[in-house]
Design a protein around this ligand. Structure first.
Ligand SMILES: [Zn+2]
Ligand SMILES: [Zn+2]
Length: 175
């Protein structure tokens, strides 16, 4: 039996943890330090124009910082979707050029939340709870696409939604 407390559901706490912000700042400072102070000492030809160097050095610093913010974000976002945060942090960290992060956004599954009636974990794209048949989102009675609870007609098929037998909970929202 799964424990409902084992997954933090719809946790509004910040999605980028403090440690990754700190690491990102350190990475930025380190990159700036390297490019401004270490690298010029090793160069034997004339340095490129100052404007180019500012642009180039800041860009690399921001890329490095973004890299760690991304890993931090994945560490928080993956558990909300029932995905392994360790696995995806590793993928984001190891794959070069941010490919891991792109893969993550392509492959991540919808967020998990709880059925208000029975507490079963449900994905955000579910219309009905698989355990108790509770209607989780408003949907068209004709084509079963998700609709907003305030819509009068389905944007897909033009079906008049007010004719559907809506649960009282959703009908209250529509008025
Ligand atoms: Zn349910
Ligand atoms: Zn429809």
């Amino acid at each position: 039996m799964r424990d409902p407390q084992s997954i933090t559901v719809n946790d509004d706490a910040r999605l980028i943890p403090l440690w990754s912000i700190l690491v990102a700042v350190v990475a930025f400072v380190f990159v700036e330090y390297y490019f401004w102070l270490v690298l010029p000492g090793q160069r034997h030809h004339a340095p490129p124009p100052l404007g180019f160097r500012i642009y180039f050095n800041l860009s690399w610093g921001l890329v490095a910082a973004l890299y760690f913010l991304m890993v931090g974000y994945v560490s928080k976002d993956a558990p909300r979707r029932g995905m392994s945060s360790r696995f995806w942090m590793l993928i984001c960290f190891v794959m070069p050029g941010g490919i891991g992060a792109v893969l993550y956004f392509l492959l991540r599954v919808p967020e998990i939340s709880c059925c208000p009636a029975c507490g079963t974990h449900v994905q955000s794209d579910f219309h009905f709870c698989p355990q108790c048949n509770y209607q989780l989102t408003a949907s068209c009675g004709n084509c079963f696409r998700t609709v907003r609870s305030t819509d009068q007609f389905c944007t897909r098929c033009g079906h008049e939604i007010s004719r559907d037998h809506m649960p009282a909970r959703l009908r209250v929202l529509g008025e």
